[in-house]
Design a protein around this ligand. Structure first.
Ligand code: AHG
Ligand code: MN
Ligand code: MN
Length: 337
């Protein structure tokens, strides 16, 4: 190809739709939209860009390793867990639209001081912490509700306990071989890829749909002898059909891969964790909202995740089986036997 042709091709190729332009265009489609949710999504994207930079430099800026403290989950907090936590809370505080944040890393809800903010955000600031120091993909998961507490007053716990179907938006950021932001506001799922040189997220996957079937199952088979019988029976059928086992150990990474290839991710109850390991409010609900928007399913076993009524425990755990609708239904059929 001649230089002239290459230049012509480059000029002919549009730069693409930035997240900013996409949000504005979508806002125009909602008569009642007043721009606050759009601003909230921008604030989350900004924090994602900052965390992306920290993740990419982690080995150099000595923020790998453990803090030497445990979070409310009793899990060792990694320095990057806390770094991400600070970045998202600061971005949401400065953005002005969120009156409170619930974070995996803090026992109680965090008031941002934006008492006139109409939204609250539940967040897993860094998912896949065990992979931070070994350069494996990690992520951030977020879930957004309109507050039910009085605007102008303090946020309340109930703002976060409305149930999965009350979410107005949810999504994740995957810090992987490329950094992607994937989210829904209840009108399908859109994916954006980060262009480092421009510091922008560009629309790369306008309408993500998960295949009804898929070649992948994702679980920690080290827990095999602690799984319920129906899980072992289902996994055995997967192996008999020669499905592929893929498990990164970062929920966001396994979920994202299965979203495109088709497949099922399982974090079942175990003897040690009878409610599973994953937290309902900032892992189960947001990923269940996304998967249903993408044509898939998410269940806790017998129950659909989005229909599970939250208890008063902000950090309550729930089993999670999520991915291609046919595979999740096959699992439920085995569970019902
Ligand atoms: P987090 O790092 O936010 O605590 O989440 C880790 C979760 C999830 O990302 C991953 O799929 C799962 O823990 C891995 O758990 P096991 O190491 O028990 O398989
Ligand atoms: Mn997590
Ligand atoms: Mn986490």
């Amino acid at each position: 190809m001649s230089q002239a042709q290459a230049t012509e091709n480059t000029l002919a190729t549009p730069v693409g739709t930035t997240l900013e332009r996409y949000i504005k265009r979508k806002e125009a489609e909602f008569a009642y939209a007043t721009g606050e949710l759009s601003q909230l999504l921008r604030d989350i994207a900004l924090a994602g860009k900052i965390v992306n930079r920290e993740v990419n430099r982690a080995g150099l800026s000595r923020i790998t390793g453990a803090m030497g403290e445990k979070n409310v989950q009793g899990e060792h907090q990694q320095k990057l867990d806390m770094e991400a936590n600070i970045r998202f809370i600061r971005a949401l505080t400065n953005g002005g639209e969120a009156c409170a944040v619930l974070s995996e890393e803090d026992e109680h809800i965090i008031e941002t001081g934006n008492t006139h903010g109409k939204y609250v955000v539940a967040i897993d600031p860094l998912d896949g912490s065990s992979n931070i120091d070994v350069n494996v993909s990690i992520g951030t998961i977020f879930s957004i509700y309109r507050r039910v507490s009085r605007i102008g007053g303090p946020a309340r716990k109930e703002d976060f306990l409305q149930g999965g179907r009350a979410q107005v938006a949810a999504g994740y950021i995957l810090y992987g071989s490329s950094t992607m932001l994937v989210y829904t506001t209840g009108h399908g799922v859109a994916g954006f890829t980060y262009e480092n040189s421009l510091g922008e997220f560009f629309l790369s996957h306008p309408d993500i749909k998960i295949p009804r079937q898929g070649p992948v199952f994702s679980c920690n088979e080290g827990n095999w002898f602690d799984y319920p019988e129906f899980v072992r029976t289902f996994l055995t059928t997967c192996k008999e059909r020669r499905l592929t086992a893929r498990y990164v150990g970062s929920l966001v990474a396994d979920y994202h891969r299965n979203l495109f290839t088709g497949g099922i991710y399982l974090y079942p109850p175990t003897v040690a964790k009878p409610e599973g390991k994953l937290r309902l409010l900032y892992e189960g609900y947001p990923l269940a909202f996304l998967i249903e928007q993408a044509g898939g399913m998410a269940v806790t076993g017998a129950d659909v995740v989005l229909d599970v009524h939250p208890t008063s425990d902000l950090h309550q755990r729930a089993p999670l089986f999520v991915g291609s609708a046919d595979l999740v239904q096959e699992l439920q059929a085995v569970a019902a036997q």
